[in-house]
Design a protein around this ligand. Structure first.
Ligand code: PLP
Length: 373
């Protein structure tokens, strides 16, 4: 059987990874500033993480959500503490799209409404529900649920105030648009979203799948604006590579048996990964490090000639160029052995581990300078 060929691949086969580095099968070392789409939060194969997962697997790796799984509660407690959302409840699932799907369902169960307001260039995932609120025609199939969705320009407060009504079920927004080009939601925009949702009874969903989990220099990027969403979705960095997603649900929503559910969500191994990530984030002050290294990169990038615009927060950085970014990205990868991502045709996207050090930042800055010469 062949693989269903949906991913354009680089001809590189990583066989080992540690911290911010990868090695391919020929022993070539690479600096990883992309973390497989923002997934590697505490660094590849962190010894504490490996130990936690191995111990868990030696005890019990999986049983379904029909028995007590105390490590789910440990994860929820630690997540509440580190994120500052102690009074919210946690629903565990397996991916970002699933988290968004469940957030939309929770909102709709709560207010009985169907209409959703989302934003241009948003990316919320590829399940039927998540893709319906995603503004990317290339991935929307003929069967979709977008008839109830209105897309508005990102950061447009006036459009938001005109479009959200007492028929709106939810407003779904990324605190920093990732795939859409590293666009930061303004504080005024997030505050206006909160206010209009309060006024109309719509639920405010903050998709924090890419910009959450410490990446922005705060646990959630919307915390810069000091707003409290009704539902917050997470995945990616939550498991440092082990598939896990979650919805943080405000106390105003009442859980009912059977309302949400999943076979794999919250399994022992996934929770062990989730707990290990939070422990390491706390022990190694990784949120603070993301903020510090992000500032270091930004201030040094500002000195480099040939960059059109810099956007982002913490270790979620978009570097926009006048020219398409493919050649820059390929030269960084094949000549300097540095993995970066892109967001749109002209923007290089950095999503490194939150444990990134200054040595790694300097290596990237030098390489970029030499590529742009
Ligand atoms: N939401 C955002 C903001 C994302 O960036 C992504 C993935 O890139 C998703 C949701 C979907 O996550 P997943 O691929 O885990 O389903």
């Amino acid at each position: 059987m062949n693989l269903f060929n949906v991913y354009p691949l680089y001809d590189i086969e990583p066989v080992k990874a540690k911290g911010s580095y990868l090695w391919d099968k020929n022993g070539q070392e690479y600096l990883d500033l992309y973390g497989g789409h923002a997934v590697i939060s505490i660094g590849h194969s962190h010894p504490y993480y490996v130990e936690k997962l191995t111990t868990q697997l030696n005890n019990i790796g999986f049983y379904s959500n029909s028995v007590k799984i105390p490590i789910q509660e440990e994860l929820a407690t630690k997540l509440g503490e580190l994120s500052g959302y102690e009074d919210y409840a946690l629903f565990l699932c397996n991916s970002g799209a699933e988290a968004n799907e469940n957030a939309l369902k929770t909102a709709s169960f709560f207010n009985g409404r169907k209409k959703v307001v989302a934003f241009t260039k948003a990316f919320h995932g590829r399940t039927a529900g998540a893709v319906a609120v995603t503004d990317n025609k290339a991935i929307v199939a003929p069967v979709n649920y977008s008839e109830h969705v209105t897309f508005l320009p990102f950061n447009d407060i006036e459009a938001l105030e005109q479009s959200v009504t007492e028929e709106t079920c939810a407003v779904i927004v990324e605190g920093i648009q990732g795939v859409g080009g590293i666009q930061v939601a303004s504080e005024a925009f997030l505050k206006a979203a909160r206010a209009i949702c309060d006024k109309t009874g719509a639920a405010l969903i903050l998709d924090s799948v890419q910009c959450g989990y410490g990446r922005s220099g705060k646990f959630f990027s919307h915390q810069y604006a000091d707003v409290h969403p009704d539902l917050i979705t997470t995945a990616k960095g939550m498991g440092n590579g082990f598939p896990i997603g979650g919805v943080l649900i405000s106390p105003k929503f009442q859980a009912k048996f059977g309302m949400l559910g999943t076979t794999f969500g919250g399994n022992h191994l996934a929770c062990a990964a989730g707990v290990a990530v939070l422990d390491v984030m706390k022990q190694e002050n990784l949120i603070e490090n993301a903020s510090k290294m992000g500032d270091y990169l930004m201030s040094n990038l500002q000195q480099i000639q040939g960059i059109k615009e810099l956007r982002g927060r913490g270790l979620m950085i978009g570097i926009e160029f006048e020219q398409p970014v493919d050649e820059i990205r390929d030269t960084l990868l094949f000549k300097h052995h540095i993995f970066c991502g892109y967001a749109g045709k002209h923007t290089l996207r950095l999503l490194p581990s939150l444990a990134l050090g200054q040595t790694e930042c300097d290596r990237f800055l030098e390489a970029l300078q030499s590529v742009l010469k």
